[in-house]
Design a protein around this ligand. Structure first.
Ligand code: KG4
Ligand code: ZN
Length: 331
């Protein structure tokens, strides 16, 4: 069973081909990072236009990478939310046209759910160990979710303000590191190494497994502007910021996993590419930790195709009137 997965929820035009939900045949990602970098963030209208230009070449590349043609596909899957409306519309309408013209089932996929399914791509047969505690950390979300089975989620916590990736992006801007900020902070913090002197606070919002990162961002801003006395190097500040975010994420995920009796922890979403987060979670977790390779943590179409395999098995098909849902949640 070969599924094509289409992802255009933000600033990557991405298409993947996956066989039987776990075998990765192709994953092509056309990133718009350069286009948006000069504005310091994603410009929605530009993103939609770029998706329109890129989507057919990306499809051609994905099919040739997978060594197949349109006639070899069994289903077409697409992200229908959450994300930017105009960007989502490009992918959804393209998917509808493909499914209709090829007489294939159209499978709607929640982007956040897609991130989770990247965990089982090409894992040599290691399947899920439910219940799994999932930490989804991306540019728009920071969710702690208990996955009880395929398609069965209970959200235990979320951010009360900025998402983890958003915090990385904003702090990178404060440090003059450009966009996207996550990889830049990751690299700069690594230069500083692990001998840290500066310790930044960890927020404690009311919800047991909730996060808050905007106070931390404000604190970094004050330090950068010299309002807190002293002037640490940018690398030290990046390392201290990253350490604080990673500690909050890992601590809450481990507490939730213990209290819910989870059998494994899955780390997913763009921020899961962070080297320190991967290292600290693996070091502190008493449970097996499943983390996709960095290129499958950030947005891609293969994760959408992987998820769709299980949605299709559950009979979750979309009519050709499928609409986008920009504010879609999980659990
Ligand atoms: O999942 P994703 O590709 O798109 C969304 O669904 O939002 O996540 C993008 C986010 C950005 O905020 C980016 O700065 C962050 O993931 N990110 C990272 C790293 N790589 C990407 N954050 C920290 N460290 C990284 N290495
Ligand atoms: Zn994402």
């Amino acid at each position: 069973m070969r599924t094509l997965g289409i992802e255009t929820s933000c600033d990557e035009t991405a298409i993947g081909v996956v066989e039987d939900g776990t075998r990765l045949l192709a994953s092509i990602v056309s990133s718009q990072v350069q286009l948006h970098a000069e504005y310091g963030g994603v410009v929605p209208e530009l993103a939609s236009r770029k998706h329109v230009e890129a989507i057919i070449p990306v499809l051609d590349e994905a099919l040739s990478g997978a060594g197949c043609g349109l006639a070899d596909l069994d289903a077409v899957a697409v992200t229908y939310g959450p994300g930017l409306s105009g960007a989502l519309l490009v992918g959804v309408n393209f998917a509808k046209a493909l499914a209709f013209s090829l007489s294939l089932p159209l499978v709607p996929v929640n982007h956040l759910e897609g991130h989770i399914y990247a965990a089982w791509l090409d894992t040599n047969g290691e399947g899920p160990r439910f219940p799994s505690l999932v930490l989804i950390v991306s540019g728009g979300h920071s969710d702690v979710v208990l996955m009880e089975g395929h398609g069965r989620y209970r959200r235990l916590g979320q951010t009360v303000d900025d998402a983890a990736g958003e915090a990385f992006d904003k702090v990178a801007r404060l440090l003059g590191l450009g966009f996207p900020g996550g990889p830049a902070i990751d690299r700069l913090a690594a230069e500083h190494g692990r001998a840290k002197t500066l310790r930044l606070p960890r927020a404690r919002p009311d919800g047991e497994y909730d996060f808050s990162f905007s106070g931390l961002k404000t604190k970094v801003g004050r330090i950068v502007r010299g309002e807190e006395g002293g002037a640490p190097e940018a690398a030290e500040l990046a390392a201290a910021f990253q350490e604080s975010v990673v500690d909050s994420l890992v601590t809450k995920a481990l507490e939730a996993a213990a209290s819910e009796g989870a059998r494994e922890i899955i780390l997913s979403g763009g921020v899961a590419a962070n080297s320190e987060l991967r290292r600290v979670l693996a070091e502190r977790s008493p449970l097996p930790v499943v983390v996709p390779p960095p290129e499958l943590c950030t947005d891609n179409g293969a994760m959408i195709a992987a998820c769709a395999h299980y949605r299709l098995a559950a009979g979750d098909l979309a009519p050709l009137g499928l609409d986008i849902d920009p504010a879609l949640k999980i659990g």
